[in-house]
Write a protein that binds this ligand. Sequence first.
Ligand code: NDP
Ligand code: PMR
Length: 396
Amino acid sequence: MALQAASLLPAAVTVHKEGKSNACFKDVGFFGLPVSDHVRAECKSSLVFRRRELQVRPIRAQTATTGPAIDQAAPEEKKTLRKGSVIITGASSGLGLATAKALAETGKWHVIMACRNFLKAEKAAKSVGIPKENYTIMHLDLASLESVRQFADNFRRSGRPLDVLVCNAAVYLPTAKEPSFTAEGFELSVGTNHLGHFLLSRLLLDDLKQSDYPSKRLIIVGSITGNTNTLAGNVPPKANLGDLRGLSGGLNGINNSVMIDGGDFDGAKAYKDSKVCNMLTMQEFHRRFHEETGICFASLYPGCIATTGLFREHIPLFRLLFPPFQKYITKGYVSEEEAGKRLAQVVSDPSLTKSGVYWSWNKNSASFENQLSKEASDAEKARKLWEVSEKLVGLA
Ligand code: NDP
Ligand code: PMR
């Protein structure tokens, strides 16, 4: 394992308390039921972040039918001989780790684990037995745009090709009473899950274009709970981006809403909104770049992986009952291992090369192209989201 020490950044802004129920309990409670006062009284203050100003940068135009990678196509032999090189954000736990393992143990992939906590990532890789020659850990804190830019630079300097980028990391803060913020002052869930990944994908698009790998892919993990055309997506609070007025205002809470739709802070909704952004972004990438670059853009719902760290900020009772609820009642449960295999399929399966698709799996674990909700497939909203997001991350 090559620890990329040079890529270590100064302390990440995200204060992280895994395994402890340290978030403020919001009135949403367990499975939508109210939480008792004594539980609420345990509430401790969450994270506080400083707000910084944003910078502005120009964007590129996109019209040609073939990209540089296609023009400079290497001989077929070279394409099939070398290992694929895949970046997975948030590979230190849950779905990201399981995917890293599934890919690395085929021996056909080198996984760049893009993580905010080096030591945790290293321990995680070792604990699941990822062969050391098949992974590299590089520091990335998606809650800091500076860190995202630094990561892209460091990756480029490493000289590795980029064949697949997987935007997987996420935070979910369902019990927070007050919003937390990224380094640049965006509400933390949307700032991390959407804006951090948006900048990362845009910065690494050229690297993907230059790949001579047979199939280049950019995958952004979505979810059922952002899709209001499903039962899960109708559990309150429902995702709704509205007219993006909060996002346009910078999501910073300074004379402006921290929610994309301009409403009051709700951590669970912010997460679901961020997933809608992830799915819209994938489609907008597809529309703007698929034809020109040959890159395959995809999103997915891997199933309900009810045991992951995603629910670390939820109340203990939720964490106890959620897995059996999903296993025996909704039957939507999948193990981390199975979910990892699913995402690994989207990374490497030659049959999943269709671009612009939101993949799901049926009860027999067969993949199929799923329908997104009206909002999560709204092309006009996707365009607007793209334009507002590129201003916020300093690309326009
Ligand atoms: P986990 O909490 O286990 O994994 C999330 C990963 O994101 C962790 O590695 C975490 O790092 C990382 N992360 C969080 N914040 C940052 C940051 N600022 N910078 C870099 N990395 C960060 O959750 P899951 O594995 O469940 O979630 C993975 C993806 O799957 C998410 O996109 C989620 O939305 C999606 N998903 C999950 C479902 C589920 O049922 N669990 C269902 C549908 C989709 P660290 O280890 O340091 O905390
Ligand atoms: Mg849900 C088929 C029904 C189904 C599925 C597949 C999920 C997935 N959920 C379903 C139904 C229900 N959930 C029902 C009927 C309820 C009300 C009792 C319910 C409740 C519920 C809560 C409180 N569910 C939740 C929560 C969460 O806090 C999770 C969440 O929204 O995280 C954002 C969650 C989830 N349910 C799912 C999935 C996949 C999640 C979490 C992960 C995610 O979307 O990323």
